[in-house]
Ligand binder design. Sequence first.
Ligand code: NDP
Ligand SMILES: O=C1O[C@H](COP(=O)(O)O)[C@@H](O)[C@H](O)[C@H]1O
Length: 513
Amino acid sequence: MHSAMEAWNETAAGGEQVRDIPEPCTVILFGASGDLAGRKLIPSLFRLFQEGHLPVEFTVVGVSLSPMGHEEFRAGMRLAAARALGADRVDEAAWNLFARGLYYMTLDVSSAQDYARLGELLGQVEVERRTRSNRLFYLAVSPTLFGEVVERLGASGLSRPHASGWSRIVVEKPFGTDLSSARRLNTRMHRYFDEERIYRMDHYLGKEMVQNLLVLRFANGIFEPLWSRQYIDHVQVTCAEPLGVEGRGGYYEHAGVVRDMIQNHVFQVLSLIAMEPPASLEPEAVRDAKVQVLETARPFTPERIRAECVRGQYGPGLITGTPVCGYRQEPGVSPTSGVETYAMLTMRFDSPRWAGVPFYVRSGKRLKERATEVVVQFKEGQGNLFGTEQREGMSANQLLIRIQPNESVTLRVAMKAPGREVRVRDMDMSYVYASPQEGPPPEAYERLLLDSMLGVSTLYTREDMVERAWELVMPVLDAWSTEGAEPNYAAGSWGPEAARRLLESHGRTWNER
Ligand SMILES: NC(=O)C1=CN([C@@H]2O[C@H](COP(=O)(O)OP(=O)(O)OC[C@H]3O[C@@H](n4cnc5c(N)ncnc54)[C@H](OP(=O)(O)O)[C@@H]3O)[C@@H](O)[C@H]2O)C=CC1
Ligand SMILES: O=C1O[C@H](COP(=O)(O)O)[C@@H](O)[C@H](O)[C@H]1O
């Protein structure tokens, strides 16, 4: 069995080509006719297969409510892969080989008989494909169905590892809608799956630059000594999207940005930036370090929420010159909705490393541009030898980690402007992640799907992390639920004015273009 350490090291060393291929296995894809399956999961599995990261016996059994035969499913997934990857990136021969391993079954998640039929189909398919009974159940259905599927897998005996293989489960986000529902779901899952067999998906952890945060912090001798209150003034974490709710108004009305982005994706990035060095790169060590830093996060009190958090909702506006409606006019959204589409929280960690250093985190829909980034703002150098006149156009050092798009790392440093006089100005030293020739980095789902088949859980969220993240945001959700958000920023802007004013009142500014 491939060790987690080897898997991580190979990737950290840039050795994608030397990664192991998982044992032949079957992915049982719940929600196979859904949006995520067609847009991300099947295209990612196909890319892995096409590039030789999956064994030729690799099999998918898609299940969902729609009546469909195997051939219809294969044809639908062929179109979906071409749409997601671009027709020219789907090699015909590779697709035909991959498609032989695609099966479909109509299943109602609440029908016990359907799970019995699923068990029979899996038995037949495993004989036909000559694979051992290595089974990965992937729950890409509505989160309201997660508990039911798990119970039924348990009752039917499908959750138990078969004599000749392993059995794991991947659960999509959101994991719960609040602390108590997340706890209930964890309890339900643990009745049938041990924690080591549960993979809670957060696709941000599969993004190349999110993985690079560990390398950047711990493989470079120069950053770790500076990574504390002594040298860092503050940190900004931004996940901005120009997209609106994209037809998911019904879901978003029960979610809002704190549940949709902050409790999961933003906190994952935040914990990688703020955590102490892990004892090793083993999955449990990295996951321990991430939870431990969240344990030191200062709880939100009503006063802190009022003084240090901002919420917003987009009104009508322009996105790249095109008029778009406000949130309340989106399909499936109440015309008086008080759901927040923007949130900014000031996080504070009560630890020797971070005392006094604010971490400003924000995320929003219909913002000016797509930008997921971390800004580490260093303090002004002490005892600066250069006078104010010479330092015109110079600011304190800054490390900008651009997670997407245009993945890059930029260090802002002071340099002498060319000329006879000594004038100091900012200069950016950048590492741009992918050159145009290399193309974009791999889709996050590719890395994560492969890891779940290899049994590597580092980039999946552990039970305690999910619960701690919910615990932290609950006071904010509670406070904001009593009084709804009002439209207070125009689509295409950088969000509510209050967020700008808040940073200004702290003597700081957002990194915005
Ligand atoms: N779409 C996205 O971009 C993202 C989605 N996710 C998560 O992924 C999951 C799936 O989302 P998404 O694909 O958008 O959802 P969709 O609504 O597009 O798909 C839902 C799927 O569930 C199936 N389904 C519904 N009811 C039943 C039932 N009773 N029995 C069996 N199958 C059923 C549907 O089958 P049928 O259509 O045949 O009725 C369909 O295949 C959710 O948890 C979501 O939060 C996470 C991140 C991003
Ligand atoms: O999980 C989600 O993520 C997307 C943003 O993902 P990205 O990879 O495009 O940054 C977000 O649009 C969606 O609302 C949310 O559910």
